[in-house]
Design a protein around this ligand. Structure first.
Ligand SMILES: [Zn+2]
Length: 410
């Protein structure tokens, strides 16, 4: 086993162990008595249910993570990578088509292996806790649409990356960077109007009390919010959410129908103001820029490693290729990705606090924001007391009690 193999193996095991530790700490925080702020909202029975939900999901996470780890080890040390390579090379297509086939086989196998777990999660766990509203028909159609999109959007992207690294020599990484960035921006740009409607129905918010409340809020902050859409989230789950998407003329704020059903107008305006805060505080543009920088950095590192024979030896590959190099590099990169991920989560938590502030400052209605957060948490069976280490590893939002505290302390 060479150094590269050792680094990847240690990283895989370390990541697994770290997540198990975080889960363990998280579960050890569970207490029987309800936090004071939630008295009167969470009844004891529902609070118990939220803890049960956390336990069930954590256990399920352990099973999937262990299974994934075993599969990858067996495939790696059972010399699955070179075996597949031999088969693909025997078809004797050029390097680009071979690369696409190699990657497609790996990706499709991965999806098929995780399919039973996904089905179990939706139709057993989510069903048991009253969240699932998906029918088999919707579930299967989602899978097929996902596959179709993956082929349509993924093929040119991957073929492009492979071609740059195959033929462009030392300039490959930055040419690739420019191309990939433009491509990603293009996809983001068309996503709200062309891609998302494949999965959900988006209807403009009807005239009424909510619409006029939103318009007068938009007027007060001098920010045009014409594009508020209602999404039929209830088609899949009773959980509710809201988000801001797209940019330019395509930008829109989306409220789930499940959200509108359950919240007061004041709460909905507070939530919408939070989403507007993400836009006004430039979080959307910030995440686009950071994503692009990260992409450039990754491609540069890729260019350094892609023709390094040690990377291929680590996976028992007798012959080098751009496509296999891409996959092996992704595995080698994962520890770095992990640390970058932690920084991004931290930034995201800070942005959420900023968006909360924006909402409270512009609506001058902290109570509605707090009520909205409480209601959302109770309905979604949110864990009220996550362990700080678990939050550090996994949370893109601050824990709800902390958000409430911050809002009320201003
Ligand atoms: Zn947010």
């Amino acid at each position: 086993m060479n150094t590269i193999a050792l680094i990847i193996l240690v990283a895989l095991l370390f990541d697994f162990a770290l997540n198990c530790l975080a889960d363990y700490l998280n579960l050890s925080m569970l207490k029987d008595d309800l936090p004071r702020d939630f008295r009167g909202l969470y009844d004891p029975e529902r609070y118990r249910k939220s803890q049960e939900y956390l336990k069930v999901n954590t256990r399920f996470g352990w099973v999937t993570a262990s299974f994934d780890l075993v599969v990858i080890m067996v495939f790696w040390f059972g010399k699955g990578f070179p075996l597949l390579d031999e088969w693909v090379r025997a078809l004797s297509h050029g390097p680009i088509l071979s690369g696409l086939i190699y990657m497609a086989v790996l990706m499709i196998s991965k999806s098929l292996i995780s399919l039973p777990f996904g089905i179990y999660h939706t139709f057993v766990i989510e069903e048991r806790f009253g969240f699932n509203q998906t029918t088999w028909k919707t579930y299967i159609l989602d899978l097929l649409k996902g596959l179709f999109l993956g082929i349509i959007l993924g093929t040119p992207l991957l073929a492009g990356i492979l071609a740059f690294f195959e033929y462009a020599g030392a300039s490959a990484w930055w040419l690739c960077w420019i191309a990939v960035t433009i491509y990603m921006l293009g996809v983001q740009f068309i996503a709200p109007t062309w891609i998302m409607p494949l999965f959900n129905k988006y209807t403009p918010l009807e005239a009424g009390e909510l619409k006029s409340a939103i318009l007068s809020y938009a007027d007060a902050i001098k920010f045009p919010i014409e594009n508020v859409y209602v999404m039929d989230g209830s088609k899949r789950s009773s959980k509710s959410n809201a988000f801001f998407t797209g940019f330019g003329a395509h930008r829109r704020i989306v409220l789930f129908d499940t959200l509108i059903k359950r919240h007061t107008t004041g709460e909905l305006v507070a939530i919408l103001a939070h989403e507007t805060g993400h836009y006004k505080k430039k979080h959307i543009i910030q995440s686009l820029i950071l994503g692009a920088l990260q992409m450039g950095f990754t491609l540069y590192l890729l260019s350094l490693f892609i023709s390094y024979s040690g990377l291929f030896e680590a996976f028992y590959m007798p012959r080098m290729s751009v496509y296999a190099g891409l996959i092996f590099f992704a595995m080698l990169y994962s520890p770095l990705d992990f640390f970058i991920g932690l920084l991004m989560q931290r930034l995201s938590r800070r942005n959420e606090t900023e968006a909360d502030h924006f909402s409270v400052e512009t609506t001058r209605d902290p109570q509605s924001m707090v009520d909205a957060l409480k209601k959302l948490s109770v309905h979604n069976l949110t864990n009220l007391l996550p362990h700080p280490f678990y939050v550090f590893l996994n949370y893109s939002h601050p824990p709800v009690l902390q958000r409430i505290k911050t809002i009320l302390s201003r």
